[in-house]
Write a protein that binds this ligand. Structure first.
Ligand SMILES: N[C@@H](CCC(=O)N[C@@H](CS)C(=O)NCC(=O)O)C(=O)O
Length: 298
């Protein structure tokens, strides 16, 4: 009798665990299937977009970037730099906002005659060669070296002050003040984004300093650019060059897209020649600036 009960119990347990394994197997297969279908759909959409981009006229640049910002056409310095360059040189281009992240995992990037090129600077250098555009040819090698130093200081040093202020010190919250229609999922993902960008800043080195130290270093960069610019129209004189696109990309973010920051305050005060410079770059290359904002200011 006792044995029969034990046999019965153990066969019940066996069938339970068999059932559980079966359910787990079905669930696992279902999830894997859904994932596969999702991946196939993503690849299909990607291929469709590339087909569309390949059908544009020859030598038309497709500039991939984030959606327009509220106060600047882009809330990232690098797409703004590249689009300003395209305008400065008159190279024909079209904007594309569906796939802002390029083959190197960053924005912006371009498609040109079916080729994909990442990195704003590499794009500019390739376009300069292809379309025979050299906006700095009137400068001496020494002047070109100075322009390069300011360009690199802005993008490889001051940029990290911007990144840390926007993503670490204010935890990405100001993004909602400067960009409309952000995906809802971004609020949920925000801590992960902040962690990733903080990691990048630490890897670069700037993120290892205290906030006060980083702000002080950034102010020194701003002072250097302000002193060098002085009363000149553009970085190297009356004519804007490639380095102006890079410097403008960063300064415009600090001026218009960092509400409540020390940068905003300084650009409206001690360094107001940099504010005038941003306005000048905007007026010269972006006569349609207001229409390139989201929402457009008409
Ligand atoms: N050197 C690159 C920098 C581009 C870059 O850092 N883009 C940022 C936006 S400001 C980005 O895509 N970050 C995303 C990430 O790092 O995951 C260029 O000039 O294009």
């Amino acid at each position: 009798m006792k044995h029969a009960a034990i046999d019965c119990l153990s066969s019940f347990q066996n069938s339970l665990s068999l059932n559980r394994s079966k359910h787990l197997l079905i669930l696992g297969t279902g999830i894997a299937g859904l994932y596969l279908v999702g991946q196939i759909y993503v690849s299909y959409k990607k291929a469709q977009r590339r087909k569309k981009w390949a059908s544009v006229e020859k030598n038309m640049v497709i500039l991939h970037q984030f959606e327009r910002g509220k106060f600047t056409p882009n809330v990232s310095p690098f797409p703004l730099k590249l689009e300003t360059y395209l305008r400065m040189t008159g190279i024909p281009y079209e904007n594309e906002f569906e796939e802002p992240m390029g083959p190197k995992g960053k924005t912006p990037w371009i498609t040109l005659n079916g080729d994909e090129i990442a990195d704003s600077q590499l794009c500019m250098e390739l376009l300069a060669r292809k379309f025979h555009k050299d906006c700095s040819s009137h400068l001496s090698p020494e002047e070109q070296a100075i322009a390069r130093s300011f360009h690199i200081m802005a993008e490889e040093h001051l940029y990290w002050g911007l990144l840390l202020w926007r993503w670490v010190y204010t935890k990405g919250r100001t993004l909602w003040q400067v960009q409309c229609n952000l995906p809802k999922s971004l609020s949920l993902m925000l801590p992960l984004v902040v962690k990733k960008l903080k990691g990048q800043a630490q890897g670069q080195g700037m993120g290892l300093h205290t906030e006060a130290e980083v702000i002080e270093m950034s102010v020194k960069d701003l002072r250097a650019i302000s002193s060098f610019l002085g009363t000149k129209q553009f970085l190297m004189g009356d004519k804007a060059i490639e380095a102006d696109c890079a410097v403008f990309g960063i300064l415009s973010q600090l001026l218009w897209n960092c509400p409540g920051s020390p940068f905003e305050q300084l650009l409206n005060g001690e360094f107001n020649n940099l504010k005038a410079y941003c306005e000048r770059m905007k007026d010269t290359f972006w006569p349609d600036w207001d229409r390139c904002l989201n929402p457009a200011r008409i």
